[in-house]
Design a protein around this ligand. Structure first.
Ligand code: FRU
Length: 509
């Protein structure tokens, strides 16, 4: 009898433990700080998005993933797919470490002409990535014959050996139509190197760029190279070379820069002076952005997203079950301004599918000490606003606000700059680099300033003047800090119009 009781009790314990385990893995994305409409892995560590491509109706996102811990470790490629870059389905890990090392960042292409000879059925997906073996970095290849669901490693790896370089990684590959060759751009310490290939397996060195150009505050990583129409004119194309810098970027720590110029299939030439640095983002949490290979907007723009984090504190951010998330997907185009050509990033219009509970305001004068957004609150929402400058010295929004917390997005009319202040945004004590204010120049156009702001459980992304200036920042406010305030200081500002939308979770069924 006693034995039976013991057996029953142990069975019950096993049942309860299994149930708890299951409910943990059937995670509903409701934990504290869990982004509601940004991509994040169900559990454990993520950094760079990589290997991204569009194929037969699906966007494939891979990412640097440690499936066993919430800090960086042996890198795998995590995998998710989406029909619209907004709602994601997690898939099993795509690439695991092997004899040549762990799997660092890389890129994928659709080999539609079977140039690699790897596909019996005529076409398939080829991914090139860095194998890291305790610091020895070489480029390897994997391929998929089932549209990107599963991958096989190529038997002849590595396809590009390391001849003694210390940092030699993050291959970005694309088809160059003029020379009818595959091009690989590789981060190689303080520069990038270009290679070409006819079959994705044999690579020839072409040239290098960058040793003395742009920002060198840290090691160069995660390059990208693409051609964009200037102001939408497809007869006037320019090449953009994007390169991340591991430290001392404009927002402190790691960040992204870009160069505008020409690429003739062999060599990249910079249109700007060597000392010009063009930054992708003026916040502190936009890194390792990569575009989706094979996906372009009708106007020739690219789509990309980045890792919303910074190597200065990435392993310390106060999330428990998972650590790391992606930025919003953005459309990337090239526009001319009085100071020259600049990359412009705007949030993907597909995100509008998450909107509900809209509120609108038109033509309202904002005076000091009068918060016209009293009835507004939220954790995940979007604000689209246009202001006509008046006598106010400063105006802006206080977001995720409570008595003790607030994140401020402000415009200073005298200095003509935009700021994001997260000094009192919530949990900031985990790193001395987090408690900061970020500022960038933004000139008014026709005396007007536009702010497009996305707030989520642990982030704020600001697109100023239609994406001319972008600021991407993590924040860790108390979930109860939901207040929203619109303020002006030292005078009035006219709110020409404001649209407010709550955003539903993209993770709910
Ligand atoms: C950039 C990076 C890459 C590297 C990867 C390793 O964040 O350092 O250069 O491939 O992360 O996880």
């Amino acid at each position: 009898m006693k034995r039976k009781l013991y057996r029953f009790i142990s069975l019950m314990i096993i049942f309860i433990l299994t149930a708890v385990g299951c409910s943990k893995s059937n995670n509903n994305y409701k934990e504290k700080y869990r982004p509601q409409y940004h991509f994040s892995p169900e559990k454990n560590w993520m950094n760079d998005p990589c290997g991204m491509f569009y194929y037969e109706g699906n966007y494939h996102l891979f990412y640097q993933y440690n499936p066993n811990d919430t800090i960086w470790g042996p890198m795998h490629w995590g995998h998710a797919t989406s029909p619209d870059m907004v709602t994601w389905t997690h898939l099993p890990v795509a690439l695991e470490p092997d004899d040549l090392g762990t799997i660092f960042t890389g890129s994928s292409v659709v080999d539609s002409q079977n140039t690699s000879g790897l596909f019996d059925k005529g076409s398939g997906i080829v991914s090139l990535y860095t194998n890291d073996n305790k610091g020895l970095q070489q480029q390897s290849m994997a391929f998929s014959t089932d549209g990107g669901k599963t991958f096989n490693k190529y038997k002849g790896n590595p396809v590009l050996k390391n001849m003694g370089a210390r940092d030699f990684r993050d291959p970005y590959v694309f088809w160059h139509d003029n020379t009818k060759k595959w091009i690989m751009v590789l981060a190689a310490g303080v520069k990038v190197e270009f290679y070409n290939s006819s079959d994705l397996k044999n690579w020839n060195y072409l040239s290098e760029f960058g040793s003395y150009e742009g920002s060198h505050g840290g090691v160069w990583e995660c390059p990208g190279l693409f051609e964009l129409p200037v102001d939408g004119d497809k007869q006037n194309m320019k090449w953009v070379l994007k390169v991340d810098v591991g430290d001392n970027a404009v927002g402190g720590g790691s960040g992204g820069q870009y160069f505008i110029g020409n690429f003739d299939g062999t060599k990249f030439t910079n249109d700007n002076s060597k000392t010009t640095t063009l930054w992708l983002d003026y916040g502190s949490d936009f890194y390792a952005a990569q575009s989706f290979s094979g996906a372009k907007a009708d106007d020739g723009s690219y789509y990309w997203l980045g890792w919303m984090n910074n190597w200065k504190y990435a392993q310390l951010v106060p999330t428990e079950r998972w650590r790391g998330q992606a930025t919003l997907p953005r459309k990337v185009s090239l526009k001319s301004f009085p100071e020259g050509l600049r990359l412009v990033q705007t949030p993907l219009t597909q995100l509008e599918s998450l909107r509900y509970g809209s509120k609108k305001i038109n033509n309202k004068v904002i005076s000091p000490d009068k918060n016209i957004l009293k009835g507004y609150s939220g954790e995940s929402y979007e604000i689209v606003a246009e202001f006509e400058l008046g006598t106010a010295e400063e105006f802006g929004f206080k977001l995720r606000k409570s008595d003790s917390e607030e994140t401020t997005v402000s415009y200073n009319t005298k200095n003509k700059n935009i700021s994001l202040n997260r000094v009192n945004s919530g949990e900031v004590s985990f790193s001395e680099y987090f408690k900061r204010k970020y500022t960038a120049e933004l000139k008014p156009v026709d005396n007007k300033i536009k702010l497009h702001i996305f707030v989520d459980a642990s982030s704020v992304e600001v697109f100023g003047n239609d994406g001319k200036v972008v600021m991407t920042n993590l924040i860790y406010p108390d979930p109860k800090s939901k207040g929203i305030e619109l303020y002006s200081k030292g005078g009035d500002v006219k709110l020409v119009n404001l649209e407010f939308y709550k955003l539903r979770s993209s993770w709910k069924k």
